[in-house]
Ligand binder design. Structure first.
Ligand SMILES: C[S@@+](CC[C@H](N)C(=O)[O-])C[C@H]1O[C@@H](n2cnc3c(N)ncnc32)[C@H](O)[C@@H]1O
Length: 509
């Protein structure tokens, strides 16, 4: 497969692996609402934030929407968008790798971008997600009137690249029918099966003549014999046609004298909703001006020129998620994705490095919790409720010498060890135990920080016979992390134990 190359690409391929793990530190004063632990608003650089999220959220996020800086130099005011082309690509590559690892197997990624980097980004996404997982390049009409002072062509659309983590198992939700589409369903013959639309009863004649589809049909109202036009055939063979007649599925028009029958398709038989198309007009999903207006309701200081309209994000979340799913936006801006996810009953994680995490996102989400009625609120009947936790990036888990920070508690290290071994997130149990869990028939144990109740230095962190006797039993392979082991290699092998030493064997790549 042809790959994109740029200055410093080799280094950017290593960035995600090398960036250090940091802790997320809660800022209780900025969290809000009744259940402040489900949703997360993180202030910080998303490279480190995404890495910090991996041990807890890898493979759990159903939909990622991002709207990164477009690298247009002039478009934004609140961050340095003056990244050169290569720098921009180097910025995006490791972040997209981390995002891919956070995505659920049946999840999808959606990225807003314009023409400056959109096509380079497409090739990069092909490399990271695989060309076979490309779903679509949605064209969103972001402006509705031409810019007559444009020097060349007036730019009126953005791209939204959509990729599945695994296209073979990803399915879009259908979109609700528009009122216009609903209006096409009628019931002029008062059929008790409900409203219907009439469809053509013929189809084009193919090269092989299909004589079984070419026969005379009698109009029951006039007695006239009807044949398909010479270039066409009936859509049904004679047996199916007779079944259609018996089931009252032919429509001859209001007077019953139409010379060609049509086929009645009932709304109840047609899939509920329409398949999403790849062009989204501003009348359906809003435009840049709507986004700007909506964000000004939350903060009179203009955030940037392009907050996205809530209806645009609603469309994406409708297609890609169901209530209760996790949504992530790591370039949160004014907080649109989090606000929409909240109103739609999805869980969310939003990451924003600018001050506007505090000046825009936090107050916006607080208003959402209180039942704010802008954006999509009325359409989704939003009444308020829920809450969110506000975090910033804290200390690194490992210092520059590879030692574990003294502040690290058992659950944090447990999540890292579990992720290192299984590449799945660790869900902390109500009662902590040195047995972290069993994965693929192997049990993983962590002896750390006095988990066994002995608070003396190293107490309980060393694998001794007494400690081993006290560990929850497992008949198969066991992997035990601890400070040191009193057992020799032969004894460990005989017990089916792989011993790993903290901190040297805890290197999460
Ligand atoms: C185009 S704006 C997103 C607008 C957003 N979709 C909305 O509706 O408001 C991009 C945002 O990404 C943020 N950003 C840029 N680089 C970042 C990084 N490395 N980590 C976290 N946020 C970043 C910027 O501060 C900016 O707020």
């Amino acid at each position: 497969m042809p790959l994109l190359d740029w200055l410093n690409k080799p280094a950017s391929l290593q960035t995600a692996r090398l960036v250090s793990y940091r802790l997320l530190e809660c800022v209780p004063a900025l969290g809000y609402g009744a259940t402040p632990n489900a949703n997360l608003l993180i202030q910080g650089d998303n490279l480190e934030a995404l890495k910090a999220l991996l041990p807890l959220y890898a493979g759990r996020i159903k939909c990622i929407y991002i709207d990164p800086p477009y690298n247009t130099r002039s478009a934004f005011e609140h961050y340095d968008d003056n990244l050169e082309h290569s720098q921009w690509l180097s910025m995006m590559y490791p972040r997209l790798e981390l995002l891919r690892d956070l995505l659920a197997e049946d999840g999808s990624l959606w990225v807003s971008i314009d023409d400056h980097e959109g096509h380079y980004l497409k090739v990069m996404l092909d490399e990271i997600f695989g060309r076979k997982n490309f779903i679509a390049n949605v064209v969103w009409q972001k402006k509705f009137s031409p810019q007559n002072d444009a020097k060349w062509l007036s730019d009126t659309h953005d791209h939204i690249h959509c990729y599945a983590k695994d296209k073979s198992i990803w399915h879009p939700n259908l979109l609700p029918r528009s009122l216009k589409q609903e209006g096409n369903f009628q019931n002029p013959d008062e059929d008790e099966r409900g409203v219907w639309v009439s469809a053509d009863y013929t189809c084009a004649k193919s090269k092989d003549e299909r004589p079984n589809l070419y026969y005379a049909i009698t109009n029951p109202n006039t007695g006239e014999e009807i044949w398909p036009a010479t270039t066409r055939v009936w859509a049904f063979d004679r047996t199916s046609h007779e079944r259609n007649v018996a089931n009252d599925l032919l429509w001859w028009g209001k007077t019953g004298a139409n010379s060609k029958p049509r086929f009645k398709k009932f709304q109840t038989d047609i899939q509920q909703g329409t398949v999403p198309v790849t062009i989204w007009f501003h009348q359906e999903v809003g435009n840049n001006q709507d986004g700007r207006r909506e964000s000004l309701v939350f903060n009179k200081i203009e955030p940037f020129s392009t907050p996205k309209p809530e209806r645009l994000i609603e469309r994406i979340l409708h297609i890609a998620t169901n209530p209760g799913d996790w949504v992530l936006d790591s370039f949160l801006g004014s907080g649109t994705t989090a606000a929409v996810a909240h109103k739609m009953g999805r869980h969310y994680i939003g990451v924003e490095m600018g001050d506007h995490a505090v000046t825009h996102c936090q107050p916006r989400l607080q208003k959402v919790v209180d039942g704010e009625q802008g954006g999509i609120s009325k359409a989704v009947n939003w009444q308020g409720g829920g809450g969110f936790t506000f975090c910033r990036l804290g200390a690194t888990v490992f210092d520059e010498y590879g030692m574990i920070d003294k502040a690290i508690r058992f659950p944090t290290l447990a999540a890292y060890v579990w992720y290192l071994e299984t590449r799945t997130p660790w869900i902390a149990p109500d009662t902590l135990s040195p047995l972290l869990g069993i994965h693929d028939s192997t049990a993983y144990y962590l002896l750390y920080s006095g988990i066994l109740g002995d608070r003396r230095p190293q107490g309980g962190n060393v694998l001794t016979q007494t400690v081993l006797d006290g560990l929850p039993k497992h008949p198969g392979k066991r992997v035990i992390y601890g400070e040191t082991s009193r057992f020799g290699a032969g004894r460990l092998a005989a017990e089916g134990i792989t011993f790993k030493q903290i901190p040297y064997d805890v290197r999460v790549g």
